[in-house]
Write a protein of this length. Sequence first.
Length: 182
Amino acid sequence: GIRSNSTSLYVRQQPRVALVSTTGTEKNRKPIDPPPFVELQVERRVDPSQHFLNNPYIFSTVTLYKADVDQDYDDTPGKSLAGTFVSSANRLKNEVNIDGCYFVFGDISVKVVGTYRLKFSVYEMRKDGQGVVVYLGAVISDKFQVQTQKDFQGLSESNYLTKSFHEQGMHLRIRKEPRTTL
């Protein structure tokens, strides 16, 4: 298994803005823009062949994190977040065509207005039959704004990395051009 002291985590795509998600409007729910991507790297001296890229037992969870204090916004993700809070590891090519291990969060919305960060925690389920889950580390995003409908400027055009991951089979909504509100 991978050891946490040989791993590094990077937020490769930072969340910038989100439209607050009001309960009961699942179809109107807008995910955080742009969708956050987290990359896991494992040191070559530990995994020279980079086998971890094909490890189906690695996954990441996301929680809403306070903007200025290092603690979770609340104790259960379902209170403040909506959508999919877990991502399995995906072997994807980045913008320079190099394989990496990415966690893709294309469907998270926030239910509370304000400024927050996201905390991504990464784990490996050990396949030795014990069902042991090993914590590999965490990374915290930059701050982003969760806005009400009247303040919300619309979503930006999907960038190259989002389009690339979409083309590689990730379930991501793609926007060709920025929406303008009249």
